[in-house]
Write a new protein. Sequence first.
Length: 475
Amino acid sequence: MTRSPQRSWHAVTLLILLASLPALAQSKLEDRRNWVGKSTAVSDDPRRVPVAPGPRGPEGSIVLRGGRVFDGTGSAAKLATVVIERNRIVALLPPEATQWPANARVIDVAGKTVMPGLIDLHTHLTYTEPNTPEEQAEEGESATLRGAERLRVYAQSGITSVRDVASEGTAPFRLKQWVAENRLPGPRVFAAGQLITGTGGHGAEGMWRKSSHDQPVAAVREASGPDDWREAVREQFKRGADLIKLASHYSRAEVAAAVDEAHTLGLKVTVDAETFYIQWAVEAGADTIEHPLPRSDETIRLMARNGTASVPTLVPYIYIFDLAGGYFGSTSRRFDFSKEANMEMLRKLKRAGIKLGVGTDLVTDWFRYLPNAYITELKQFVAAGFTTEQALVAATRTSAEILGMDDKLGTLAVGKLADVIVVDGQPDRNLDDLSRVSLVVRDGHVILENGRVVIAPHVPVPEPDPRKTVPGKEW
Ligand SMILES: [Zn+2]
């Protein structure tokens, strides 16, 4: 990993510390998140920005009484009652217990399965559909509206967190903010902002593809040279990025500079790449590799050794092969691959012990295939050797780990954020039951009930009181 000279000021301190610490300690100390202690309240995202202390989430308690609780750790489902206060899980009680606040809202979920909300690590909330008029394709306003619609569909599918790995302009950050304020029904949004790629790289192929060179709200930021890759990372950080998304092509020096800059800012890096570009990204210290694209056995071994995770996203390629018979005209997809080769890659990654998370990469109008698209992705995990329960752990706990949010999300445990779903069935035994999500709680807010999305009701604010008129107030 390259080191920039401007950080040499604390080199002496570091050297002293490093003498007694394991090899990874240096990168840990240079990760800004690790300088925020447990005593400081921070934002509920990977940025870990200090925030004012105090209660968060809606007032009151919700009790999910007597369901089969699959807690996301991999242990078998067992009967229990989940108590939520504001936006946190405060108790997991034996099914016969009734110790909850007197004014709690009690929902009987007997016979149903209560589990952590699902996580989708690979979304593009704002990408165009085939019927999107050209003048709206990369317009921020239209992109935001497309995202708002999709958030609702993800919520209805039991997905309570999405990692958006490229969207137009500031749209994903506005969507994140409006969901966090419960002004839009949907999953939490963890956004990368723009995808960063080399000139003419993936996402910016051909003259017709817009990038930030010719359209500031484009979803792609072309960058050239290590300094510009660093600058592109900082631009996403400035917008509010929760992670950084890179795509091939790049030079070794470019990907190393971008990963170093992101890590120093406290952001994880995920990379959409193939062949030797994956090797270079893993050598640079990338946290995650997206997609099942070809790479050498040596690269897989290096991923295992470095703890590089993978989000295999088999389902979009299944759709590409089923709809069009292959991947044509793409200059960034110049290699042999097939549905079978993708599945074989997933098996190899699993055998190598690589951490695998769940992402669907539903571009164009494929979000309309939800919830089945998500279920199909989980079925690929089962086909690759996961048990049904292990596939659900990948969708919850492991995906929260890949997000860097496993201290707050991914399992049902006291103290975790209240992202909880109720499924009318036993998805830990039959994945198809995930098509029957009946209740979704995100951050303590009920956003889906009886299968229908709940929009927070308008609470009227009192009209102005003429006795409190302030003369001369300007508008
Ligand atoms: Zn994608």
